[in-house]
Write a protein that binds this ligand. Sequence first.
Ligand SMILES: *Cc1c(COP(=O)(O)O)cnc(C)c1O
Length: 376
Amino acid sequence: MSSLDEFARRKLDSLEQAHLRRSLVPTGRTDGLWVERKGRRLLSFSCNDYLGFTQHPDLKIAAIRAIERYGVGAGASRLVTGDHPLYAELEQRLARMKGDEAACVFGSGYLANAGITPVLAGDGDLILIDELAHSSLWTGARLSRAETLPFRHNDVAHVRQLLGEHRARYGCVLIVTEGVFSMDGDRAPLKELAALAREFDAWLLADDAHDLDMGAAARVGVPIKIGTLSKALGTYGGYVCASKPVIDLLRNRARTLIYTTGLPPPVIAGAIAALDLIEREPQRLELPLQKARAFTRAAGLPQAQSTIVPVVIGDAHAALEASRLLEAEGFLTVAIRPPTVPDGTARLRFSFSAVHPDDAIARVAELVRSRIIGNR
Ligand SMILES: *Cc1c(COP(=O)(O)O)cnc(C)c1O
């Protein structure tokens, strides 16, 4: 065996022993949140398709029309010839939805986060980042070369302390957090963080990938708002909303925008169709939270703060067992294990969508209450 293969085998063996080895499972989806996995049909609580838009006929038609008119690929990066006219419409409408001056669309939420922070902070600057922030936000912080200090999850007093101790020694200071935390479903104290940021002349960046309250960050004065087209909006891509000068600077300097190909036209057209639907029926955005709250009520869990509800099990092996138990009953809830979540906090992560049937929510809640929480 080559040393390379041996290296890979050894790493995989240690993951296996810790119950942390992962594998790709082909998962077909053609009908709402029903998925086909290993020959079985399961109802998924592990999709971020909050509004059921990934299969919505309006989005499909918009994408098909865009393919027929414009083809399947952008053919170049946005700053060369890949800036399809559909981008301008999408960006204007995203900015309006988020209550901001301007927006910039990236290839994905991950690319947005990896590219934006290094434009805003560098050598001699400071980044304060929530310890539970998404991997892509950490990637941006690391690539920036700025000093990066994590703060305790949602702990405003800790942020104040760090700003008090360190602010004076640095040029720019960026505070990085998530509007709704992707693995915990809780909300950041954005109002308090925005006030602190103003007090210490720091800048607040909030990743709203999972927040269906589209105006939440603008209402409390968050200047840099990250979003994704890949979750509630049902297609693919990431975006940032901010003031015009900030967006112009990002267009000039973000490497993950400049050195990568533009999105395929059908993807942009699909996202615009999603915005049409949201503008026509804004109540749709409230349904996933209502479903999540029906679940937490029936399962005897604390009231859901967002569409994401974690059921923390602790041990990675036990989390896999809990996931198998639900799978045997026809429900798919993927176990989330370290390093996606901290050691000892492996969990089932439920995400609720406008298209989940109420009777299925009641059944899965009953299973969680009687067979999983009872045994923790
Ligand atoms: C999913 C997610 C991303 C990445 O978005 P993609 O468009 O899927 O790349 C970024 N941040 C958070 C908080 C997320 O949950």
